[in-house]
Design a protein around this ligand. Structure first.
Ligand code: SAM
Length: 251
């Protein structure tokens, strides 16, 4: 089995594939000032198995287009949506986030939790703006330095893995430079990483290794995930996901 199939198998049964939480999705919704009654069109980009899409479907009177390039994740999302009777509100679309099959100004809201880094924050906010209606809202979570200085080991790790990692003020500037007005920001708290994401993943490591005959490839994936978890635990005072809420501006 190739690495991608192994990663899909490790992550697809989880509630979420990155740090976050239902309460934090709701908090972002409140900061965005979105009406819960108005009929909204929402795109959730890099939706995974639907953590945020399902929360948004529960809370909003919205048509949600849930985009991911992995059909296996979208299949899980559909099963979860049916289980909750939310399938009428969510349309899964298998597409790449750098080639979205949408008309300009198709959405009131673009939502993306823990996923925009796949094409980079700068490119994502710039490319996706055209799909927002005038005055539409972007909500995206993005890896963020929480302090001006940080330990060299941590800096080196993320400079290699995701060179766009930066402070909140720098991310706000990217938003402003790309035609958005930032309207809200908060940091994901620790439970979004540990209780909601890493601990459930760790609980499946043994089962995952057994399902794959303890292969070298499967063990390499567990080791890489374990390394990232240890790094987070050691340096969680310096890094988190920032949640950025911004309105498409007229300029
Ligand atoms: N938003 C979900 C959550 O918070 O649980 C998933 C976050 S996961 C870290 C990133 C997601 O982005 C995965 O579901 C992955 O399949 C998807 N993804 C990665 N690259 C993509 C691309 N180029 N186009 C669309 N989806 C992509």
């Amino acid at each position: 089995m190739d690495e991608l199939q192994l990663l899909i198998d490790l992550h697809k049964h989880a509630n979420r594939q990155g740090p976050g939480g239902d309460a934090e999705t709701e908090r972002a919704l409140d900061l965005a000032g979105l009406s819960r009654a108005a009929p909204l069109k929402v795109a959730d980009i890099g939706c995974g198995t639907g953590a945020s899409a399902l929360t948004l479907a529960r809370m909003l009177n919205a048509e949600i287009t849930a985009v991911d390039f992995l059909q296996a994740f979208l299949d899980e999302l559909e099963t979860r949506a049916r289980r909750e009777g939310l399938e009428e509100k969510i349309t899964p679309v298998c597409a790449s986030m750098d080639e979205l099959p949408f008309e300009d100004e198709a959405f009131d809201v673009i939502w993306s939790e823990g996923a925009i880094y796949n094409i980079g924050f700068q490119k994502g906010v710039s490319d996706w703006k055209r799909y927002l209606k005038p005055g539409g809202v972007l909500v995206a979570s993005e890896l963020t330095w929480t302090t001006g200085m940080r330990p060299a080991e941590l800096q080196q790790h993320w400079d290699n893995e995701y060179p766009e990692v930066d402070t909140a003020s720098a991310k706000m500037k990217v938003l402003e430079d790309n035609g958005y007005s930032p309207v809200g920001y908060f940091l994901l708290p620790e439970h979004c990483w540990l209780a909601n994401y890493y601990r459930p993943m760790q609980a499946d490591f043994q089962g995952f290794l057994e399902r794959h005959g303890n292969s070298d490839e499967a063990r390499a994936i567990v080791e890489a995930e374990q390394h990232e978890i240890e790094l987070y635990e050691k340096y969680k005072a310096f890094v988190s996901y920032g949640v950025y809420i911004a309105k498409k501006s007229d300029a």
